[in-house]
Design a protein around this ligand. Sequence first.
Ligand SMILES: C[S@@+](CC[C@H](N)C(=O)[O-])C[C@H]1O[C@@H](n2cnc3c(N)ncnc32)[C@H](O)[C@@H]1O
Length: 268
Amino acid sequence: MPPDTVPDPRAVGELYDTIDNKGVLHFGWWDSLDDEKPLEQAADRLTDVVTEKLRLAPGASLLDVGCGLGVPAVRMAARAGVGILGITVSGEQVRRAGELAAAAGLGGRVRFELVDATAMPFADGSFDAAFALESLIHMDRRAALREIARVIRPGGRVVLTDLYDRTAGSAGRHSIIHGLAEFWLLSPLIGRDDYGGLAADAGLEVVEVLDVSENVLWKTLRQLSDRMAAGDRSVVPDAAVDGLDDTGAAALAGERDLGCLLVTLRRP
Ligand SMILES: C[S@@+](CC[C@H](N)C(=O)[O-])C[C@H]1O[C@@H](n2cnc3c(N)ncnc32)[C@H](O)[C@@H]1O
């Protein structure tokens, strides 16, 4: 069954502590459907698209909600000249992301902390903006968005990606939704049009909701499928694909039950 409860953040942290993830933890952005750049480059391109949508001034201070291994934060800080605090529920990610920032010579302005985004210890208005790449999928979205709205300053933007259920809850037993939800400890999925209500509840305005299923999610899944078929497992955690047989891996390419949104919000 699709998830109907929010996972315990400690369990999510343990998952990310123990899986052998390889750096690319978010989807790619392909500018056109003919573009076939590798996922690693497309993942960086998605970070750059998010950076553009945040409209950052050099020196701005940002919150990266669910920072993973810190790859997006390090890239954004280096290219936009901003300071970033990344938060995650995985202690192992805090350690590895910190090493990445130090190796890039950015340890002074890119930091990582073990913090639950649904109960943050930061003062109101601490950050100029925030971003959350494929991380709200694990959280109580309402609690996280309220907290994000609280800790950014008035006028600050929030840019995020999220997954949505294109089947309106009727996904069949073989749908990718079930496997992903179970392995990745997903929160209940949202619908295509839910961000208006979620934003309003958090006191945020919707600037833009883009449906990027085709050039983000589906192209990512197709590339994962093609690479697994070629024996290349360099971009997915082993544990996430152990048990996925060839048919399951091939089916990823044609998966259409899940969609993906790129959302820009603003604190009035
Ligand atoms: C799929 S990874 C995405 C990582 C990163 N944003 C990226 O795009 O590379 C999800 C991230 O969300 C974090 N996360 C999940 N629940 C969280 C919570 N309640 N508070 C803070 N971080 C959380 C996980 O620890 C993990 O770092």
